[in-house]
Design a protein around this ligand. Structure first.
Ligand SMILES: Nc1ncnc2c1ncn2[C@@H]1O[C@H](COP(=O)(O)OP(=O)(O)OP(=O)(O)O)[C@@H](O)[C@H]1O
Length: 600
């Protein structure tokens, strides 16, 4: 039998670095393929967080190069505030070291593990140190350090440290090498694209194994960095309260009003009275029973929800739509930002967007984009509260196919922003099933579903009306021909009549000079939409023309296939007024038919 003394001889403490070296899957380093994505994700998250804190528009550059065989070099460079040289070894060479863990505000990084875990993974697989170049301002030189982690003690080891010339006045550049594969290149690019969608103020450029990538910023507004708030009485536990009470010299009433969010004098007095404690009691002298009754009273009394306007940073409906429009072609896209809410004392906010049609794949599962604090979640889709909430919505009621998850040409974006995103693990892949969060996601999606349903039924109604009008227009030439024969008069110009029936002006190319002249008759149009169809391939005008359809046309048309004319303004300078006039469409080829939709 093994004796306790034998066991004692092998018992010793384990450093956090040793633990994660053995359990790297917990941090998202479960395979070499994933290692690249996780490393880039951690470095890009840090870059975006740092730029947000310094209130500069992020300009991030990423490079991935194969060195030899399966050895890859990864570099991420930002224009953030830089890192103080004395902090660099700890940031990159010590796990659980960071600036955000103790702050209650929305940020991408939370744990202080991310980038040092990448350094640990690099030294484990390739044996090479991380190389960090950083500069905090024009008045200070840039420093370049080579850093490793002493695994047994979780302490940094600086292999070299020197000042170097750098053309950046401030920023940080991280270079890491490890063995990997680039089989997940598509996923990596998808991650960068998605990051661009939820960070519309960021410019992200990359060169992944020779393939360039750019996500341009669609907003030039610098993000206001979320402000930290105090803990909410509903969000603390006994251990935390005990720690806060240690060494506290203020009387209880002052401690409550100054250390907790939303606790004013009246609420603090109420807490003291429920807990049967004197407002003037010394906090550090409270015994264990008194601490327990204090906590119970704090959670019993009615306290307003924590303030959210400053500590959260939602993307906003307009920017979500613009971000999606920059990346995807869709017929419909809408977004919703729900009012903020609270779970276990932690403020959170749900945002969602719904896209439909256009160039989204018409078959198969719809696309679900999950985000937490503006970071795309790429792995463990099935285990995430977002996916479960999406599946919980009855999409069929909104005209979308569904087999568990929605099917067809649909794109769903959900963003959960919180001061404490409840991830299922340290790898931050999936959000845990918190009923308050799931409820908000479902409400946002149902709201968007109703808008989509209205859009689909409006589109179907318009199509039906147009089909009927077209059927009538198809027989008008025959009737007109017969009538002109009977009354022995010349055949009139039918385009005006056709136009009146279809609420459109329809014209074919009539001249040989390379121009089509359209007459717009007596409409009090607000807007005029011009669509160009190729009638050689689309005689019935059934299909919505794709931009490629009009590629033979001149530049204006190639890029803008639907032209909206504001009232009284011309397009190609020859449309003269909403009540009539003419359009001069240059470069229309023989097979083109031009239809002007009048919004009457
Ligand atoms: N590019 C950077 N610019 C400025 N500061 C940085 C940069 N990268 C990291 N830091 C600092 O280093 C700290 C540690 O970063 P790390 O990635 O290890 O953890 P984190 O981002 O705080 O949390 P998480 O483990 O959830 O990613 C950050 O909190 C930040 O203060």
């Amino acid at each position: 039998m093994v004796l306790a003394e034998d066991l004692a001889s092998s018992q010793r403490s384990i450093s956090i670095a040793e633990f994660f070296e053995k359990n790297k899957h917990l941090l998202g380093f479960d395979s070499p393929t994933r290692g690249i994505i996780t490393t880039i994700k951690e470095a890009v998250d840090n870059a975006l967080d740092a730029c947000e804190e310094a209130e500069v528009l992020p300009d991030i550059y990423i490079e991935v190069k194969r060195k030899t065989g399966d050895l890859f070099w990864i570099m991420v460079e930002d224009n953030g505030p830089g890192i103080m040289p004395e902090q660099v070894p700890f940031v990159f060479g010590k796990l659980l070291y960071g600036s955000r863990f103790h702050q209650i505000r929305q940020s991408r990084g939370q744990q202080g593990i991310g980038i040092s875990a990448a350094v640990l993974y690099a030294q484990l697989t390739s044996g090479t140190p991380a190389v960090v170049t950083t500069r905090t301002g024009p008045a200070t030189p840039a420093v370049r350090m080579e850093i490793q982690i002493k695994v047994a003690t979780n302490e940094p080891k600086v292999l070299s440290n020197k000042e170097v010339p750098w053309d950046r006045t401030h920023g940080t550049r991280v270079e890491i090498e490890f063995t990997s594969t680039l089989s997940a290149k598509k996923r990596l690019i998808e991650y960068l694209r998605y990051t661009g969608v939820v960070n519309p103020h960021a410019r992200i450029r990359a060169e992944i194994d020779g393939e360039p990538f750019t996500s341009e910023r669609v907003s030039n507004e610098v993000l206001v960095c979320p402000k930290a708030i105090k803990p909410h009485p509903y969000g603390i536990e006994l251990g935390m309260l005990k720690r806060m009470a240690e060494g506290e010299t203020r009387p209880l009433l002052e401690f409550l009003t100054s250390e907790f969010s939303r606790v004013g004098k009246k609420t603090a007095e109420e807490i003291c009275s429920i807990a049967s404690l004197r407002p003037a009691a010394q906090v550090k002298r409270l015994n264990a029973d008194q601490q327990r009754s204090l906590l119970a009273a704090m959670q019993q009394v009615k306290v307003p929800a924590p303030p959210t306007s400053q500590c959260l940073s939602p993307i906003g409906e307009e920017l979500m739509v613009r971000g999606l429009e920059a990346e995807f072609r869709m017929d419909f896209v809408k977004a919703r930002t729900r009012p903020s809410s609270v779970f276990s004392g932690h403020p959170f906010m749900v945002e969602a967007a719904l896209g439909y049609g256009g160039k989204l794949p018409p078959e198969g599962n719809g696309q679900i984009m999950r985000f937490a604090n503006r970071v795309p979640l790429i792995y463990q889709q099935g285990a995430c509260a977002i996916t479960q909430s999406v599946a919980g919505v009855n999409w069929k009621a909104y005209g979308i196919g569904q087999q568990g998850l929605p099917m067809g040409p649909v794109l769903i974006l959900v963003h959960v922003a919180s001061t404490n995103v409840p991830f299922t693990s340290e790898s931050k892949d999936a959000i845990a099933s918190i009923p308050e969060i799931e409820k908000e996601i479902v409400l946002a999606l149902q709201d968007l579903g109703r808008d989509l349903k209205a859009f689909i039924s409006r589109r179907d109604r318009t199509k039906l009306q147009e089909d009927r009008a077209r059927a009538i227009c198809a027989i008008i030439p025959d009737i007109a021909l017969k009538v002109s024969e009977i009354v022995e008069k010349p055949l009139p110009d039918l385009t005006v009549i056709e136009g009146q029936i279809m609420h459109k002006v329809v014209a074919r190319k009539r001249t040989t000079t390379g121009r089509v002249v359209l007459s717009v008759h007596n409409y009090t149009a607000k807007d005029v939409e011009v669509q160009v169809y190729d009638i050689s391939t689309d005689p019935a005008l059934d299909a919505v023309p794709a931009p490629d359809f009009v590629s033979p046309l001149d530049d204006t048309f190639t890029r803008v296939w639907r032209v909206i004319l504001p009232p009284g303004q011309g397009w190609e300078a020859s449309y003269t007024g909403a009540g009539g006039g003419s359009l001069d469409l240059r470069g229309i080829s023989e097979q083109m038919k031009v239809v002007v939709d009048l919004d009457v």
